[in-house]
Design a protein around this ligand. Structure first.
Ligand code: GDG
Length: 726
């Protein structure tokens, strides 16, 4: 069984010391709960900081802690006071946190923070490699450890490494502000799988890697030198059952009773977050203030409970925020409260789970208005808790959760008028409507809960094909002679040949690539050899292939596998449905780009759309293809379409069309004792992968490939085929 190693800044167990006594408590937080659910599938080890500065510990105590934690499958990475200041409070929470949440003015650029960040990531790497074995799966978490995947990759070649970012990945315009932007991207690209909460963040990451490092992606996969990185969205869920059933516990029931005694018949707005400037607490309070001002009829009929959990108290911005929040609460209470009514109840501390769920229970409205939030679990927890009485969720558009919780009242967190009127709408919403909205959201979040999230990520990581370096060797005279002998000795021979770039050179003039007489003769000679079947496997449409080669006794595969004409059946067939509605949606975008890009044009194939730019001036073509790719990747993501980059083309086609499946179909029912495949571009990689193990696969030209051999160009392909034919 593979060993799962989780690496995160904090361990799920917090160590503390009072006097000489060391104690252990479980760290609260979604991550620990989330990963507890993968317990039954893996042997698990967790590496992270135990929450105490090593300056406060003797060597003997460190040893004891290590021993004790190991019993619970945890390994500590000890950090000194100075490291906590420069790494955790400095680079993580003074640089990355504000910038990734679009607070560029709060972002501190201190070289010593960056140096500490690099050093600590290295420290985490040293500990991790000590515990990794050759089958380990390594899952690194969050912005504290963005350099770790690459550090690990330098030492661990075989192991699969995953990384999940719990905060937003900002747009390129924001990310580019970081002086260490390239190092951080390269750090992440050491992973095999990179996960984000929502596709928008993944898209921002892909755009930054393309613009800063020049790496392009195909369907979210980036090829980095000898290694592939898959980028995808995995929206984190909650432990749904835990929140749905919480109010059944006696402790929670008691908490609810105590709260009801205070809230009485008032409508209760709950607001729960860490006290963080990204959570929009000040803006939310200002909106509530406006609501009270505009709606005196609701005075004494409504109250707000604000639970603000202390967070990163060592960072200046947080201390300022606390002061401002508390001043504003005083102003609101000072202006509106009476002897028997306090409009805002404020708690600045962390409370037990039972109390949090009691707040969810008595809350009629959850007001969750972060200015930016990776996901926001509180929103999902509130909805899960609403099993008996309904409630209304007011949710910021800027939270990742907004894309899943579409029945919430969504607001712009900077627009206090919008929030104030949302509060009114929530108070006045009929109970039936509340119920129906909550039900829809509950259905969604119960189906994709935290276990599904962890399970899905792990499955995607395990499914990643081995990233071993695969560089085909140049085919030499010895291999060519052996190939010829094997070909002659075999009874049933199959040759899969790509067309453009393999049998003919690319040309900027599409007419010039029709097969020459010599080429037609060569193919026909091969086809006439006893027991030999030649198959042309091309991205071109079936009409063109038919016109050029349809008269030969060979098989043809057109449009990357969408159409097949086998030698025996002699007619074209496809398993795809002719209805390709997606084309209608994308045509206007392609037309728009074509209009703005002189000399480009759109080709419509039966199962794909191709944007050609071979005659476009290079610098304009570079810009336009980049823009178009971004536009298309965004749109095609939900339609199961892929955007493929060929030679001076962008092709959009359903992801289930590929040369590999078509080749597999032809290979089925055939017992060939000689199989060869030759191709030059990425679409031929599917062809190579579909060939039997013993087959000879040849990549034409430079670049990585899973083919066994390589030839320099078309000339060499033709001379090899001549050898076989004669
Ligand atoms: C980061 C990202 C992303 C809150 N107060 C108490 C308490 N809580 C619990 C809540 C919830 C969790 O803390 C807060 O999670 P959020 O998702 O709302 O926010 P962040 O802490 O900023 O988390 C965020 C998340 O990572 C996961 O990927 O969603 O976007 O910023 O579970 O219930 N729990 C207890 N006492 C409290 O006083 N026991």
């Amino acid at each position: 069984m593979p060993k799962l190693i989780i690496v995160s800044n904090r361990l799920p167990i917090t160590v503390s010391k009072v006097g000489n006594k060391i104690s252990y408590s479980s760290s609260s937080g979604g991550l620990a709960t989330a990963l507890a659910s993968v317990d039954n599938i893996e042997e698990k080890l967790w590496i992270g900081w135990p929450g105490i500065a090593e300056d406060d510990l003797t060597n003997q105590e460190k040893k004891e802690i290590t021993k004790e934690l190991l019993k619970q499958n945890c390994v500590p990475v000890f950090l000194s006071q100075k490291q906590i200041k420069e790494f955790y409070l400095g680079f993580c929470n003074g640089t990355l946190w504000p910038l990734f949440h679009y607070f560029s003015l709060y972002t501190e650029y201190e070289d010593r923070y960056w140096q500490a960040y690099k050093k600590i990531n290295q420290q985490f790497c040293n500990v991790t490699i000590k515990y990794a074995n050759k089958d380990s799966l390594i899952w690194v978490h969050d912005y504290h450890l963005m350099l770790l995947p690459q550090e690990l990759r330098k030492k661990l070649k075989e192991q699969k490494i995953g990384f999940f970012l719990h905060v937003p990945f900002p747009s390129f315009e924001i990310f580019r502000l970081l002086p260490y932007r390239k190092e951080l991207l390269n750090g992440l690209l050491g992973a095999d799988l990179l996960g984000f909460h929502v596709y928008d963040y993944a898209r921002h990451f892909l755009s930054s890697t393309s613009r800063l490092l020049g790496y392009e992606h195909k369907l979210g996969t980036i090829l980095v030198k000898d290694h592939k990185v898959k980028v995808d969205a995995f929206p984190i869920g909650i432990d749904y059952e835990k929140f749905a059933n919480a109010s059944k516990s006696k402790l929670v029931k008691n908490e609810i009773k105590a709260l009801r005694a205070i809230t009485k018949k008032q409508k209760v707005i709950v607001s729960i977050d860490r006290l963080d400037y990204t959570k929009g607490i000040l803006q939310r309070l200002k909106a509530y203030q406006m609501f009270l001002q505009k709606n005196p009829q609701y005075h004494k009929k409504i109250m707000m409970i604000i639970l603000a959990v202390p967070s990163r108290t060592g960072v200046n911005a947080y201390a300022d925020l606390r002061k401002n929040v508390e001043q504003l609460i005083s102003r609101i209470n000072g202006a509106y409260s009476s002897v028997n009514w306090t409009p805002v109840h404020y708690l600045f501390r962390s409370v037990p789970f039972e109390q949090v769920t009691a707040f969810y229970s008595v809350g009629d409205i959850a007001l969750i208005t972060p200015l930016r939030d990776g996901m926001n679990l509180v929103a999902k927890e509130f909805i899960a808790s609403k099993q008996k009485s309904p409630g209304v969720l007011i949710l910021s558009e800027m939270a990742g959760a907004a894309s899943e919780l579409s029945e919430a009242i969504t607001v712009n967190p900077n627009d206090k008028v919008d929030i104030a009127s949302a509060i009114k709408q929530a108070i006045e919403m009929p109970s039936a409507e509340q119920k129906s909205r909550v039900k829809h959201m509950q259905k969604r979040i119960s189906q994709y809960d935290v276990s599904s999230w962890a399970y899905d990520f792990m499955r995607a990581l395990k499914e990643i094909k081995s990233n071993k370096k695969n560089v085909p060797v140049m085919i030499g005279p010895k291999e060519i002679n052996k190939t010829k002998k094997d070909f002659q000795d075999a009874k049933n021979k199959l040759l899969f040949l790509d067309y453009d770039g393999t049998l003919v050179e690319f040309s900027s003039n599409p007419g010039a690539v029709s097969p020459s007489k010599d080429l037609v003769n060569l193919i026909s000679k091969l086809a006439k050899i006893k027991g030999c079947e030649a198959v042309i496997v091309s991205g071109r449409d079936k009409y063109t292939l038919e016109k050029w080669l349809g008269h030969l006794p060979i098989s043809l595969i057109a449009e990357h596998g969408a159409w097949i004409k086998s030698k025996s059946k002699k007619r074209w067939s496809t398993e795809l449905t002719k209805k390709q509605d997606w084309k209608k949606a994308l045509q206007p975008i392609l037309a728009y780009f074509t209009n703005r890009t002189p000399n480009s044009f759109v080709e419509e194939k039966e199962f794909s759309l191709v944007w050609h730019y071979r005659k476009v001036e290079k610098s304009l073509a570079d810009v336009r293809t980049q823009e178009l790719k971004e536009e298309l990747n965004y749109l095609t993501n939900t339609l199961n379409l892929g955007v493929y980059e060929g030679s001076k083309i962008l092709e959009i086609k359903p992801t289930n069309i590929n040369k590999g499946d078509a080749v597999r179909k032809l290979l089925k029912d055939k017992s060939s004792d000689f199989v060869m495949g030759i191709g030059d571009d990425y679409t031929d990689e599917d062809l190579f992968l579909a060939l039997p193990k013993k087959a000879i696969s040849i990549k034409v030209g430079i670049g990585n490939s899973c083919a066994k051999y390589r030839v320099r160009g078309v000339d060499q392909v033709l001379s090899l085929l001549e050898k076989l034919a004669n």
